[in-house]
Design a protein around this ligand. Structure first.
Ligand code: SAM
Length: 309
């Protein structure tokens, strides 16, 4: 298949850059950064090192949360004039807990093509190296720093049946691990990925308790991504037919019609009124006794569960 020429006029390129190991910059990303007209950087000083080492002479401008309003129209005007623009962040993929999302949305709304030159991302790198289920996962990014919002998000995460991926600053990691232990319990599967792709890359787990003990003993340093196993499926009581027959008979003996008794029991949600009513007209199995039994079976979860749950 013939590839489109890169960079092309009036196109916004979202370019992934390394999260540590400089060898992770793809040849395509490098070629693009050498040839594009303008590079919007989260921090021009930080990205300056990478760009200078490549020999990029593209015009550089800053693009971050504090100048988005003024920069957006300027970058859109460049695209309008037929210039090619790349957006990069300090590390990883722009738009993932980094600037980029608003520029992409504005460029698309203005009718410009947006092309991603994919590259490393701490969230997916941590996820696929964690050993936790990756078929379905929820990216949580950074939590609110404190207060009710933080508490509510943590509560939601603790109940989420799928794997969650979180970013956390080193000075808040121990607090987060304490909170996770309180809400998810000590045995919930957790992998803390530290300094991914760097010299001191490390994985700490496999449970919340193990990671909490580790980082209470050893002060966190570097960059951290947490991969938390999903909540175990809740267990639901289910009763056998005989139990429901007995319950129906008790209500009927108290004066309710069969119909009303079935309706009342169905309001509990375990069996429908039709199923309950039908039980009254089914023969009791010969071996049935006056005992009723109940069994606990796990409810089906919508998400893949960790085999360590
Ligand atoms: N855009 C980036 C990406 O695609 O991963 C994320 C940027 S966000 C501002 C920075 C956070 O990502 C860090 O605080 C840390 O939680 C996580 N992170 C970035 N690099 C990492 C690394 N090498 N190892 C572990 N976590 C990392």
């Amino acid at each position: 298949m013939k590839q489109r020429a890169e960079p092309d006029a009036g196109v916004l390129y979202v370019v992934g850059t390394p999260i540590g190991h400089l060898g992770d910059l793809s040849p395509r990303a490098k070629a693009l950064l050498l040839a594009v007209d303008t590079i919007a950087c989260e921090d021009t000083r930080h990205s300056g090192q990478l760009l200078s080492s490549l020999g990029s002479t593209a015009r550089r401008c800053s693009f971050h949360q504090h100048n988005t309003r003024t920069r957006l129209p300027q970058l859109l005007a460049e695209l309008e004039q037929g210039r090619s623009v790349a957006v990069i962040s300090d590390a990883g993929l722009p738009g993932i807990s980094d600037p980029g999302e608003e520029l992409v949305a504005a460029a698309r709304a203005a009718g410009h093509d947006v092309i991603c030159i994919p590259g490393p991302c701490a969230a997916t790198t941590a996820l696929v190296s964690s050993g936790l289920p990756s078929a379905r996962f929820c990216f949580e990014g950074f939590l609110p720093a404190k207060g009710r919002e933080r508490r509510e998000r943590l509560q939601q995460i603790s109940e989420h049946p799928c794997t969650s991926v979180l970013y956390e600053a080193p000075h808040r990691l121990v607090q987060l691990l304490d909170e996770l232990e309180e809400l998810c319990g000590p045995q919930r599967p957790l992998q803390v990925a530290r300094e991914l792709t760097k010299r001191h890359e490390q994985q700490v787990g496999p449970t919340v308790e193990a990671a909490r003990l580790h980082f209470h003993a050893q002060a966190p340093q570097g960059e951290f991504t947490l991969v938390l196993g999903g909540a175990p499926a809740p267990r639901k009581e289910t009763h056998d037919d005989q139990y429901w027959r007995d319950q129906l008979q008790v209500l009927i003996a108290s004066g309710l019609s069969a119909n009303a008794a079935a309706k009342q029991l169905a309001s509990g949600g375990d069996r429908s009124k039709r199923e309950l009513y039908a039980l009254l007209h089914q023969e009791e199995p010969p071996s049935s006794t006056a005992h009723s039994s109940s069994t606990a079976i796990p409810e089906r979860s919508d998400c893949a569960q960790s085999d360590r749950d």
